[in-house]
Design a protein around this ligand. Structure first.
Ligand code: CP
Length: 307
């Protein structure tokens, strides 16, 4: 029996079995969501977002509503955060109103984990992105998408390219795929956008995209996380696109039928051309759809003891 999950704040807090269960469950829901409608009727989810979001916030809301839950959205702007209330006091205030799940996005690393440690029994904390550290539900939906389209993780030869260093998506995807014994992970990007050894262990590093993507069967492009970068020269859009952008020519160097992913939001004409983003090989909208199923699977799993 796989151990119950209480919170979902970091991939490394989960066992391989727990992660495989979540991926399999999300795939089951994706094939026929109807039987799962209203399975958590009357439960409450609070989205507590200190940073902008389109995909993550909306898909948690849609996932929870498909399960019959009530959803409250709190953003830093327009809440008492603007009057100086701390994150901890904001969390305690929301917790006092008795939600079942609190989904947190925050610019500082480790804050979802800290809030999970403060949660009362029966309240589940989910990390929707903390600084550059982790975005575990994005990793989950990416794993579901790769499994659906590549077949098995052992067959996967994935290139992740761009600003790996400041990408919480990259850190969580690498952590998850390593747990699943994925075939090969290649990282490519300018030297200033490469993280340290701890984050790249078990991967192959490339200093140019043409070499990295030869023979790949999946490529995940990452935007430059300008909002998190200080003290580095950020290349101009045209120069960056020339050196590091995924174009139709570069896609031709991959294995035929290579899948293209991007966690979004995309910067078209910078890390990816519109022709590639909108090509039949692009799974970008599949990723968004799988975000809904992955989050439904996660909510059902976290609240499973309350069935
Ligand atoms: N992928 C992702 O986290 O997108 P949002 O910032 O729109 O939620």
């Amino acid at each position: 029996m796989v151990a119950a999950l209480n919170h979902f704040t970091e991939i490394d807090h989960c066992s391989r079995e727990q992660l495989e269960d979540l991926i399999n469950f999300a795939m089951e829901i994706s094939s026929d969501p109807a039987p799962f409608e209203n399975r958590r009727k009357g439960k409450m989810l609070v989205n507590l977002f200190y940073e902008p979001s389109t995909r993550t916030r909306v898909s948690f809301e849609v996932a929870a509503k498909r399960l019959g839950m009530h959803v409250i959205n709190v953003t830093a702007t327009g809440s008492s955060v603007e009057k100086g209330e701390t994150l901890t006091d904001t969390f305690y205030t929301i917790q006092a109103m008795g939600p079942d799940c609190i989904v947190v996005r925050h610019p500082e690393e480790g804050n979802a984990r800290k809030l999970a440690a403060l949660a009362e029994p029966g309240i589940h904390v989910i990390n929707a992105g903390d600084g550059i550290a982790a975005h575990p539900t994005q990793a989950l939906l990416d794993a579901v998408t790769l499994r659906q389209h590549v077949g098995s993780f052992q067959k996967l030869r994935l290139v992740m390219a761009g600003d790996i260093r400041h990408s919480r998506v990259a850190h969580s995807v690498i952590a998850l795929l390593k747990k699943l014994d994925v075939g090969e992970i290649r990282l490519a990007g300018p030297a200033q956008f490469m993280p340290g050894e701890a984050a790249t262990a078990g991967t192959r590093i490339f200093d140019n995209l043409d070499s990295a993507i030869r023979g790949a069967n999946a490529v995940m492009m990452l935007r430059i996380q300008k909002e998190r970068i200080t003290g580095l020269d950020i290349p101009g859009a045209e120069e960056y696109h020339r050196e590091w952008g995924l174009t139709t020519r570069r896609l031709g160097l991959t294995e035929p039928g290579c899948h293209v992913l991007h966690p979004g939001p995309m910067n078209r004409g910078v890390e990816i051309s519109s022709a590639v983003a909108d090509s039949p090989q692009s799974l970008i909208r599949n990723q968004v759809r799988n975000g809904l199923y992955a989050r439904m699977a996660l909510l059902l799993t976290l609240m499973r003891e309350e069935n």
